[in-house]
Design a protein around this ligand. Structure first.
Ligand code: PEP
Ligand code: MG
Length: 548
């Protein structure tokens, strides 16, 4: 048993088998070291393993088809690809003629196929190349899995889709990793780097996935059993029986403590002052919305749409978005749902939204939020159309991130007007909805009296406000620590925003991570905020704190 100290980024106790997250580069490295079989009599064995691995991956995709109607078509196509006849024939030929190992043959054939597809100027075909890569890599890893774990029933055998409780080992945690590993068996993450205000950290907290960072991951061994202990900020490797049962007991106790909080589910959070504070949830998908409802959220204060479509190469269509947003609205029934338009950029790059420097036509990488959308009007309009159409199904509002100047808001309002006009002309039903902006730059605070004149609500994004006011980079590895003076300045900015907004009849929410920090609940209430929006798992605790 070994104990390693780290820093807890997302709390909770995580218990499971260690699993390294393979990335494309690693696959190449792995197969290069396992390219050739030693002699021709191995050929049949390689054939058999290839067939077995392909079938396992096919079944894995079939199981995903049943999980979520919205993605059935995608997984059905991937399941067919896993046992594609042409792919199989070429792999078998490479094993037979070149005496390649099964894993190298799959790598060789898939990469060749991808090369021929990638040169074609057709997004659909290029997407197919990426599908081939995804399926091939899964088959390769499964082949390795089969070869290296003779006994497939062995609990230490890590199946590819993580059907055992596991803890991921990653170098730098990025949001995509948490979204791709959609297994319920993801019990934690060990990262070398994960800044505490990064989007990956936020998503981990929303999804209740314990994360420990600052760990030298080179010292960890795949398949070892590990425990993340949030109380002691430690990682325990290969715990003995006594330690393991101690943590199992603690896990059961914390589940019970959560149950005990359910009495706060249907109570209105009235503060000592008599003011009703709405307790809402930050979400990034339909599952999070279900968790928010389960925890008695008064509404959704922030729906991060960029996370829903983060893995997309091409922009999601209006219809695809309509499906998601209307489903979200229906889930919420008449409770408010604030949909934030794509906040792409920085550590949430969206492949389908680009920003061009007009002078030298080079891509700018540090643009974000509304600035990016205003440069990509077609994509912006498609999203707005989907949101306004989905509004028919519930109580939706729309919110714009990173607004810093009045001109950006004016241009946005003009686009909204056009979108509504077009929908009317096309006879498509939509609903007029409330408009809000995020206040997350010093400029927005300064201009809050003007910015709040023609809108219905604002939401203060303390994550970015802290970053842009105090020079605390959200993407580097350091801890976001503020001293007393900085907190005083921050709450002064919040008070300025609230006062200005209220003069314009604008409601004020706070949706940055600080909203869920119970040390500051009183300060937020004193500053006059009307709503706090936090991770679904923090709703009940926060409501308890407001009431008491
Ligand atoms: C914020 O900046 O506080 C916020 C809620 O937005 P995001 O974390 O998505 O940038
Ligand atoms: Mg922000």
């Amino acid at each position: 048993m070994e104990k390693i100290n780290g820093r807890i980024i997302s709390s909770g106790i995580g218990m499971g088998i260690l699993k390294t997250l393979y990335r494309a580069m690693d696959i190449e490295k792995i197969v290069m070291n396992r390219a050739n079989t030693s002699d021709a009599k191995d050929v049949q064995v390689e054939f058999d393993i290839f067939e077995k691995a392909s079938n396992i991956i096919k079944n894995y995709y079939i199981s995903l088809c049943k999980k979520d109607e919205q993605t059935t078509d995608i997984f059905e196509a991937l399941s067919q690809l896993a046992t594609d006849e042409e792919l199989a024939e070429n792999v078998q030929l490479s094993i037979k003629k070149k005496l390649y190992t099964a894993e190298y043959a799959v790598y060789f054939v898939s990469r060749n196929l991808m090369k021929t597809l990638e040169v074609l100027d057709d997004e659909y075909i290029r997407q197919r190349a990426r599908d081939i890569e995804e399926v091939a890599d899964k088959i390769i890893l499964k082949i390795i899995d089969i070869k290296d774990n003779v006994n497939m029933e062995n609990p230490n055998n890590i199946a590819l889709n993580n059907d055992l409780a596991h803890i991921l080992i990653v170098d730098k945690l990025i949001p995509e990793m948490l979204i791709n590993d959609n297994g319920e068996q993801l019990k934690g993450v060990i990262a070398s780097i994960c800044p505490d205000n990064s989007h990956a950290a936020i998503i981990a907290r929303i999804k209740n996935i314990p994360v420990i960072s600052g760990i030298n991951i080179d010292k960890l061994t795949e398949n070892d059993y590990a425990i993340i202990d949030d109380r002691d900020s430690t990682l325990i490797i290969n715990p003995d029986e006594v330690t393991r049962s101690y943590y199992e007991r603690r896990l059961r106790d914390s589940e019970k403590a959560i149950k005990d909080l359910t009495k706060y589910k249907d109570i209105a959070a009235i503060a000592k002052s008599g003011k009703y504070i709405k307790v809402c949830a930050n979400v990034s998908g339909l599952d999070d919305i279900k968790a928010a409802i389960k925890n008695g959220a008064d509404g959704i204060g922030l729906f991060r749409t960029e996370i829903v479509f983060m893995n997309r190469e091409s922009a999601p269509t209006e219809e695809e978005q309509l499906l998601v947003y209307s489903e979200a609205a229906k889930l919420m029934r008449d409770k408010p749902l604030v949909i934030r338009v794509y906040d792409g950029g920085m550590d949430k790059p969206l492949k389908f939204i680009k920003s061009l420097d007009k002078v030298n036509s080079k891509e700018i990488i540090d643009e974000r939020g509304i600035k990016l959308l205003l440069q990509n009007e077609k994509i912006f309009k498609a999203q707005l159309r989907a949101i306004y159409r989905a509004a028919v199904y519930g109580n939706i509002s729309v919110m714009f991130p990173m607004v810093s100047y009045k001109e950006e808001l004016d241009k946005t309002q003009e686009i909204i007007k056009n979108v509504k006009g077009e929908l009317e002309l096309e006879n498509i039903s939509y609903k007029d909805i409330k408009i809000g902006i995020m206040i997350e730059t010093p400029s927005a605070v300064e201009l809050s009296a003007t910015l709040t004149r023609d809108i219905d609500f604002v939401s203060i994004g303390t994550n970015d406000l802290i970053q842009y006011t105090f020079s605390k980079d959200r993407t580097d590895g350091t801890q976001t620590y503020l001293d007393d003076k900085e907190y005083e300045k921050l709450f002064g900015m919040i008070k300025t925003t609230t006062d200005n907004a209220h003069k314009n009849n604008c409601k004020v929410s706070v949706c940055g991570e600080l909203a869920g920090d119970l040390k500051f609940t009183d300060k937020f209430i004193e500053a006059g905020v009307d709503e706090l929006s936090v991770s679904p798992s923090k709703i009940l605790l926060l409501r308890k704190q407001i009431i008491s």
